[in-house]
Design a protein around this ligand. Structure first.
Ligand code: ARG
Length: 469
C-alpha cells in the first residue's frame, strides 16, 4: 500500500493509499491531457529560466530538455502511457520525465506549483484556441465576400418581422454577416493581450523564495506580460470566461445565419440550393434534402452558452486563491472550442458552395409588393402629402393583389384611376433594381455603398491575412 502511494509525487505525508473511487473522482486527465504540449512548453521555459538563474546547471537543463522532447515524441506518436493514478497531465509528465532522466527531472518543479503551472498551460491553450478561431472566422468572412462579389446585383426581399419589407441586394445581406464575424475577430484581438499574461513564478499563491525571473519564462512562451499579483495569477480564470463569451457571441451570429439557411433552403422560399456535400437525406422520405449542418450549428449554440454559465457558476464566490473547483474549467472551454471552431469551419465550407436562385428571390419580391414604398415616395415627389400617399398605395396593393398582379403589372390607366398624379415615369420607380440603386445613403443597399463595404472588408482581410494577428 505504502509503495503504491510513493508513486504519487505528493505521497510523502500519506500513510495509506487513496481510495480508487477518489482517484477516479479527482483525476482530470480526460480533459487536461489536451494541455500536454503546452505543459511541455511551459516546462521548457521554466527549466531555461532555472538554468539562467543558476538554480539548476546547464547540464541538468540539457537533460530536462531532451527528456521533454522525448515525451513530446511519445505524445505525438500516441505512445505515451497515461496513469490516472497520477491525477493530472502535470504529474503524468513529471513522473515520466524522472523515470527517463532521474534526479535532474526531480529538480524541474523547483519554485513552481501546479497552481501556476496549470494557469500557464491553460493560458497557452486558450490563446492558441482564440487564434484558431480568428483563422476560421477569416475563412468564413472570405466565403461571405466571394458570394457578395458575385451577387452585387442579385435582389431579394429584406425582411422585418420576417415579413417581406424592402428590396435589398444579396451582397448587402451577406455583408451584414461579414460585419458580425469581423467584430468577433476584433473581440479576440482585444482579449488576447489579457490571455497572454504569464502566471509562472506565482508558485502556489504567494511567490517563492527562489530568485526566479518570471519575465524570462514569459519571453520563452511568447507572452509579453507577466503577472503582477501572485494571488490573482493562480486564481484568475477571467481569460477562460472571456473566451467562452466570445465563443457564445460567435455561435449566436452563426445560429442566425444557420436559421436563414434553414429558411432559405425550404422549398417555400427556395432561395438557395444547398451543396449535396453539406446536406443529408431522410431514411424514409426519398425526396428530402435536409439542412442538418445549419440545424446542428443552431443546436450547438445552446451548449456553448451553457458552458459559459457553467464556468461562471463554478467561479462564483470562490475564495482566493486556487480551489480544486477550478479544475472543472477545462471541460467547458475545450468542448466550446471544439463545437465553436468546427461550426465556423463547416459554415464557411457550406456557404462557399451554396447556390443562390436569383429567379426565386426576384419572384418573392413581386409577391411581397416590395415596391410599395417606392410608389408612396413617388406620389410624395409629385406633391401628395405622405399621409395620403400611404393609404392610397395600400389600396393599389389590395387591388393588384385581387387580380394576382404586381404593382408594376398594372397599366397606366388603372394606376391613374387611383391618382392623376401618376404618369408614365412611374414604371421606372416600380423597377426593383432601381429601388435598390436609389438607396444611396452610406451603409445602405445601393451599389456605391455595397462597393465601399466590399472594399472595406477586403482591405481588412488583406491586412489580417498578411500581418500577424
Ligand atoms: N489538475 C489541477 C487543475 O486542473 C491542477 C492544479 C492542482 N493543484 C492542486 N493544488 N491540487 O486545476
Amino acid at each position: 500500500m505504502k509503495g503504491q502511494e510513493k508513486e504519487k509525487l505528493w505521497g510523502g505525508r500519506f500513510a495509506s493509499a487513496t481510495s480508487s473511487l477518489v482517484e477516479e473522482f479527482t483525476q482530470s486527465l480526460d480533459y487536461d491531457r489536451f494541455l500536454a504540449l503546452h505543459d511541455l512548453d511551459g516546462s521548457r521555459a521554466h527549466a531555461r529560466m532555472l538554468a539562467h538563474t543558476g538554480i539548476i546547471t546547464k547540464d541538468e537543463l540539457q537533460q530536462i530538455l531532451s527528456g521533454l522532447d522525448r515525451i513530446q515524441n511519445e505524445l505525438e506518436q500516441d505512445e505515451f502511457t497515461w496513469n490516472p493514478g497520477l491525477e493530472d497531465v502535470h504529474m503524468n509528465i513529471e513522473k515520466r520525465l524522472t523515470d527517463l532522466i532521474g534526479s535532474a527531472g526531480q529538480k524541474l518543479h523547483t519554485g513552481r506549483s501546479r497552481n501556476d503551472q496549470v494557469a500557464l498551460d491553460f493560458r497557452l491553450y486558450t490563446a492558441a484556441a482564440l487564434q484558431e478561431w480568428q483563422q476560421v472566422l477569416r475563412e468564413l468572412v472570405q466565403a461571405m465576400l466571394d458570394q457578395a462579389e458575385d451577387h452585387r446585383e442579385t435582389l431579394l426581399p429584406g425582411y422585418t418581422h420576417l415579413q417581406p419589407a424592402q428590396p435589398v441586394c444579396l451582397a448587402q445581406h451577406l455583408l451584414a454577416y461579414a460585419r458580425m464575424f469581423k467584430r468577433d475577430h476584433e473581440r479576440i484581438e482585444d482579449a488576447l493581450p489579457r490571455v497572454k499574461v504569464s502566471p509562472l513564478g506565482a508558485a502556489a499563491l504567494a511567490g517563492t523564495t527562489y530568485p526566479l525571473q518570471p519575465e524570462q519564462v514569459a519571453g520563452h512562451v511568447g507572452f509579453e506580460e507577466v503577472f503582477k499579483n501572485s494571488m490573482d495569477a493562480v486564481s484568475d480564470r477571467d481569460f477562460v470566461l472571456e473566451g467562452l463569451f466570445i465563443a457564445s457571441m460567435i455561435m449566436m451570429h452563426l445560429s442566425r445565419l444557420g436559421e436563414e439557411i434553414i429558411l432559405w433552403s425550404n422549398p417555400g422560399f427556395g432561395f438557395i440550393i444547398l451543396p449535396d456535400a453539406y446536406s443529408t437525406g431522410s431514411s424514409i422520405m426519398p425526396q428530402k434534402k435536409n439542412p442538418d449542418v445549419a440545424e446542428l450549428v443552431r443546436g450547438k449554440t445552446g451548449g456553448v452558452y451553457g458552458r459559459l454559465m457553467v464556468l461562471f457558476t463554478t467561479m462564483k464566490a470562490l475564495p482566493l486563491t486556487y480551489n480544486r473547483d477550478m479544475q472543472e474549467d477545462k471541460e467547458p472551454f475545450i468542448e466550446a472550442h471544439r463545437s465553436g471552431s468546427s461550426s465556423v469551419r463547416v459554415m464557411a465550407g457550406m456557404l462557399q458552395q451554396t447556390v443562390f436562385d436569383r429567379e426565386r428571390m426576384l419572384g418573392a419580391l413581386k409577391k411581397g409588393y416590395l415596391n410599395a414604398t417606392e410608389l408612396a415616395d413617388y406620389l410624395v415627389s409629385k406633391g401628395m402629402p405622405f399621409r395620403q400617399a400611404h393609404p392610397l398605395t395600400g389600396q393599389l396593393v389590395a387591388s393588384a393583389e385581387a387580380r394576382g398582379l404586381g404593382l408594376e403589372d398594372l397599366n397606366l390607366e388603372t394606376l391613374r384611376d387611383f391618382s392623376g398624379l401618376i404618369e408614365g415615369d412611374v414604371y421606372d420607380v416600380l423597377d426593383y433594381q432601381h429601388a435598390v440603386q436609389r438607396r444611396v445613403t452610406p451603409g445602405g443597399t445601393g451599389p456605391e455603398s455595397v462597393e465601399e463595404q466590399i472594399r472595406d472588408i477586403k482591405e481588412w482581410m488583406d491586412k489580417k491575412n498578411g500581418g500577424s494577428v
